[in-house]
Design a protein around this ligand. Sequence first.
Ligand code: UGA
Length: 431
Amino acid sequence: MTITCIGHGYVGLVTACVFADLGNKVWVVGHTKEKIDRLKNGDPIIYEPGLKELLEKNLKAKRLHFTLEYETAVKESEIVFIAVGTPPKPSGEADLSAVFTVADSLVPHLKKGVTVVSCKSTVPVGTNKKILERIENKLKSGVEVAVASCPEFLREGTAISDTLNADRVVIGSDSRLAIDKLLELHAPLASKKVVTDLASAELIKYTSNAILATKISFANLIAFFCEKTGANVETVIDAVGADHRIGKLFLNAGVGYGGACFPKDVKALTSIGEGLGVDVTLLKSVDEINKEAKDIFFKKIVSAKTGKNIGVWGLSFKPNTDDVREAPSLYVIRNLLAEGYVIKAYDPVAMDNVKKILGDKISYVSDPYEAVHDVDALCIFTEWNEFKQADLRKVKTLMKTPVVFDGRNIYPPNTMKDFGFTYYSVGRKKT
Ligand code: UGA
């Protein structure tokens, strides 16, 4: 099959590479020449494990093509995926301007017959219907579109295996042809296929992210209880999660969730609910608890009254990505800077992205041990593997005062005590 992905972020590029690898011819359309040139040369732009290799392999096999022109790509394609960003507006509502611009731009290039236009971007209920209306108004005779919603559930850091081994593929459409084409494209994946209407598909995506965010905020709420009562959040969650109806996944307490999806999608679902007259108190609380998790962590640092030189381990919103969008690290670091703290940070891959935001307000070092040299405390924001078995004896020797604030509960509190650290984590006793 020949398909097009419009957009080359995590969703567009991973989708393109995976379907090219399965033997399809895939066009990727972008609008920045410099980025398209880099992609043509095998540079994925984003950091995602395994993506560079998949990109290079499929470029070489001539199954993957990058272009700035809609025409070349769209006229050849049986399916066109829209995979552009839907960032939040100040109100929390999703900004759909890029999605609609793409829908408008592809119309003049559609071939005669039927093309499936499938939206992978996360969009509010009713958006795909609007896409169909916009396109239908402009169609030349003999040209038809079948619109489908095919939301994406991949996570950054494990995007390729999440796509290949998705728990489910959701296809929402009123068109039998669109459903059949998308089922054919996804046939090599063993995933459960859920075929439904447009509105349900759109809502499945928001519901999935909102429930995962709710689980995290729930765990963080219980961590607040633990900190007040001396209970241990890990023991509580471990026992609670042993109940199969609850499960343990996405119940890790910490310094809050970040990234381009949970914060944005919880706010967008809140805004959709408000528009529909649905009581969205629960969703608002999820968002508020997430902010509180970051605030409490910040206050923990300030009230410990350590000196003001802080080393930081981990800047990305989670491990295995260089993405720092809505990263809890940025929120806490900004607050610390406002209080006069001096920050020296290390992250294996995300420092360049933080430099674009914080510039020289903090300093950056290329080694985790350099980050702790002569500091009054160490703050951990991301549970990168390399921190889990770091040489803690060396860390303690290098630090001016051995104080650690761990926002991801990487270490057992008693181990840290034995090493001689004053150790603050989340929802567990200070040791
Ligand atoms: C999330 C979803 O997990 C994907 O299914 C979805 O496709 C994606 O959003 C999207 O909508 O595009 P992602 O943002 O890449 O994926 O990352 P997650 O692994 O879900 O982590 C999000 C945040 O939650 C991170 O900051 C992580 O540290 C935090 N988290 C996760 C916790 O604080 N506790 C947990 O137990 C799990």
